[in-house]
Design a protein. Structure first.
Lengths: 110, 114
C-alpha cells in the first residue's frame, strides 16, 4: 500500500520562501508528482521526480530522496496567487496509479 | 499540449436520479484513465481505474454498481453515478497519463445532489 504525509496547512509572507515537505512509505515506487490546486479547480502539474536530487523550474523546485522516502516542494519569491493547496502524489510500480497525500493548504499573506 | 476534457463542469440533480460524467482525451489515446473523488478540504481519493475494452478496477470501499465506469474507446471514459444521494455530492475528477512523466487532469465535475 501507499502512505503519504504532508502538513495540513502553512502560512508564509509574500516575497518569502516556503518549503512544503512530503514523506512517503510505499510498497512500490516509481516517482513522485507535485500538483497545485486552487479551490474548486482541478490540480495542475508542477513537477515530477524519479531520481534523487533537486529539480528547478523557475520559482518552483522539487527535491527527492528515495532512500529517505522524502520530497519537498520549494517555492521562492512567493506571490499572493501562490495561495493554494499543494498535493504530492506517488506513482505505483506499474507506473500508472497516483496516490495522493492529504494536501497542504498554503496561505500567502501580504 | 495534451488535454483531458471533462464535462459537465457542474451538475445539480435530484436524489434518486443518475448522472453521467464524461472524460475525453483530446489529442492522445488513453488506454487507462483514473477517476478521483474529492470532498471539501480533502485530497483526491482514487475511486477506480478505467481500462479501455475491459472492466474497471475499483478501489476498496467504492461500490461498482453505484459508480458505473465505461471505457468504450481510447479517447472516452464515462462515470455514471446511479441513484444519486446527497452524500454523493462531491468533486469528481478524471485523469490520464500519457507518459511516465506527464499526467493530466480533467477540469473536474462538481456534483450536487438535492
Amino acid at each position: 500500500g501507499q502512505n503519504i504525509d504532508q502538513p495540513t496547512e502553512m502560512t508564509a509572507t509574500e516575497g518569502a520562501i516556503v518549503q512544503i515537505n512530503c514523506t512517503y512509505q510505499t510498497s512500490g515506487f516509481n516517482g513522485l508528482f507535485w500538483y497545485q490546486q486552487h479551490a474548486g479547480e482541478a490540480p495542475t502539474f508542477l513537477s515530477y521526480n524519479v531520481l534523487d536530487g533537486l529539480e528547478e523550474k523557475g520559482r518552483f523546485s522539487s527535491f527527492l530522496s528515495r532512500s529517505k522516502g522524502y520530497s519537498y516542494l520549494l517555492l521562492k519569491e512567493l506571490q499572493m496567487k501562490d495561495s493554494a493547496s499543494y498535493l504530492c502524489a506517488s506513482v505505483d510500480n506499474a507506473g500508472n496509479m497516483l496516490t495522493f497525500g492529504g494536501g497542504t493548504r498554503l496561505m500567502v499573506k501580504p | 499540449g495534451a488535454v483531458v476534457s471533462q464535462h459537465p463542469s457542474r451538475v445539480i440533480c435530484k436524489s434518486g436520479t443518475s448522472v453521467k460524467i464524461e472524460c475525453r482525451s483530446l489529442d492522445f489515446q488513453a488506454t487507462t484513465m483514473f477517476w478521483y473523488r474529492q470532498f471539501p478540504k480533502q485530497s483526491l481519493m482514487l475511486m477506480a481505474t478505467s481500462n479501455e475494452g475491459s472492466k474497471a478496477t475499483y478501489e476498496q470501499g467504492v461500490e461498482k454498481d453505484k459508480f458505473l465506469i465505461n471505457h468504450a474507446s481510447l479517447t472516452l471514459s464515462t462515470l455514471t453515478v446511479t441513484s444519486a444521494h446527497p452524500e454523493d455530492s462531491s468533486f469528481y475528477i478524471c485523469s490520464a497519463r500519457i507518459s511516465s512523466t506527464e499526467a493530466f487532469f480533467g477540469q473536474g465535475t462538481r456534483l450536487t445532489v438535492v
